[in-house]
Design a protein around this ligand. Structure first.
Ligand code: DOR
Length: 450
């Protein structure tokens, strides 16, 4: 209940935005944070429910800047309701809905419809991203001012880049007045040319049409120059290559208004996953090869690229982890690799996937939580992803050491398209609290869970 009073007691509270990392109690009331106490309380204040969080990490709810909810238009893949339930299971209390819906989110009417339905159907907060161009066709700008007035948090034609540099220049120019980022799909389609996986030895061996890593670098380089030209605000989605990382690092050194995100899969899975053996490299092409659940835009990259992106996340070149949760139905994936839809279902596995980096000491747990809370909040410019007094009581309880085995059949998402089915991960979302109320409780949903 939004007005319930509760104490989450004795957990390791990590709130990177406030520099908090200590054992403490979190008090919530009326859907808001009351305080993170300096010293653990002896007894709960009267009328409060008490949750024993000892041994767990307590953090602000995660923010996903890049989610495909598929609603309106592709509701057999996902809906606002199912996608936000999947988000809650993954520890996310805010998701930003990408506009490649049908109709696409290129008018105030569609944005208002999504936000209105989210207010009644969503398990967590939904923010909307407007299209950059009308119909996402890349030709004429969408009514960006009208979309900003309707509440969008940025603009993207995601799935498709804005290929025309002058249209992109105009869009970036508008952001100087609107203050919202352009999130341009970072792939040059003239280099992608129908490719379906990363260019390299695995693509050659499997005989699949390749996408060069430079398809990403070329688009990022162009967009950075246009951000320099216009003074506009650029957010680079799903960075997947070492070359892309270097361009963003240089842009930040130039003081440009550029931020970037990386997905859990580009941080942890390389192109050998297309063999279908969960990252093992076989001597001969195995029967499991051509796992269509590994097909994604941009594609899973070489091991050198997969080594470069966590480094960039740790040193702040890449600002945030964003899921690019892209649910697709079985009919989109039970087909040849060439024909399959691009996209991976990520929300429910995201935290455990990226915890691999913490377990391997590529970055610390507070740094990782910051990339899921304080950093996306800074990009949004909203008081979210924090346990400050009066902030919405959006909170996750995490067990960083708990192991669990992914079962796509257990997804609350309507779709099952994960290459991680059957894979054991370490790091579990125990409970997700949204605006003071439980949106996901692993113990209630999965009593057999550790
Ligand atoms: O693989 C992808 N799928 N990449 C995108 O950019 C879009 C997404 C989708 O909408 O399915």
């Amino acid at each position: 209940m939004a007005n319930s009073k509760r104490v989450i007691r004795g957990g390791r509270v990590i709130d990177p935005g406030q520099g908090i990392d200590r054992v403490a109690d979190v008090l919530i009331s009326g859907g808001k944070v009351v305080e993170v106490t300096e010293a653990p309380l002896d007894a709960a204040p009267e009328g409060h429910d008490v949750t024993d969080a000892s041994g767990l990490v307590v953090a602000p709810g995660f923010i996903d800047l890049h989610t495909h909810l598929r609603d309106p238009g592709h509701e057999w893949k996902e809906t606002i309701e199912s996608g936000t339930q999947a988000a809650a299971r993954g520890g996310f209390t805010t998701v930003c809905a990408m506009p490649n819906t049908d109709p696409c989110q290129d008018s105030a009417a569609v944005i208002e419809d999504v936000l209105r339905r989210a207010a009644s159907d969503a398990a967590v907060r939904v923010l909307a991203i407007g299209a950059i161009t009308k119909g996402r066709r890349g030709k004429a700008l969408a009514p960006m001012g009208e979309l900003a007035d309707a509440g969008v948090i940025g603009f993207s034609d995601d799935g498709d880049p804005v290929s025309d540099a002058n249209v992109m220049r105009q869009a970036l120019s508008y952001t100087t007045a609107l203050g919202l980022p352009i999130i341009n799909h970072a792939e040059d389609h003239s280099l992608v040319r129908g490719g379906v996986m990363n260019e390299g030895p695995v693509a050659t061996r499997l005989g699949l049409p390749p996408v060069p890593a430079s398809a990403e670098a070329v688009m990022i380089a162009r967009d950075i120059e246009l951000a320099a030209l216009t003074g506009g605000r650029l957010h680079v989605p799903h960075v997947s290559t070492a070359a892309g990382v270097e361009l963003i690092r240089a842009a930040k050194q130039r003081g440009l208004n550029v931020t970037a995100e990386v997905t859990p899969h580009h941080l942890t899975l390389d192109e050998t996953w297309v063999y279908g053996l969960h990252g093992e490299v076989p001597d001969a092409v195995p029967a499991a090869a051509y796992d269509t659940n590994t097909k994604v835009n941009p594609p899973l990259r070489s091991s050198a690229d997969v080594a470069a992106v966590p480094e960039a996340l740790a040193d702040g070149t890449i600002d945030v982890v964003a899921t690019d949760h892209a649910p697709h139905a079985a009919t989109d994936k039970v087909c040849t690799y060439d024909e399959a839809a691009h996209g991976i279902n990520v929300l429910e596995t995201a935290f455990a996937q990226v915890m691999k980096l913490v377990h391997e000491k590529a970055l610390s747990l507070p740094e990782l939580i910051s990339r899921l809370t304080a950093e996306p909040s800074r990009i949004l410019g909203r008081e979210l992803g924090t346990l400050k007094p009066e902030a919405p009581a959006d909170i996750v309880l995490l067990d960083p050491e708990a192991e669990w085995t992914v079962s796509a059949d257990d997804f609350v998402s309507l779709s099952r398209n994960t290459p991680l089915d059957g894979v054991t991960l370490k790091g579990r979302v125990v409970e997700t609290v949204y605006a003071g109320a439980t949106a996901w409780n692993a113990m209630a949903a999965e009593p057999s869970a550790k």
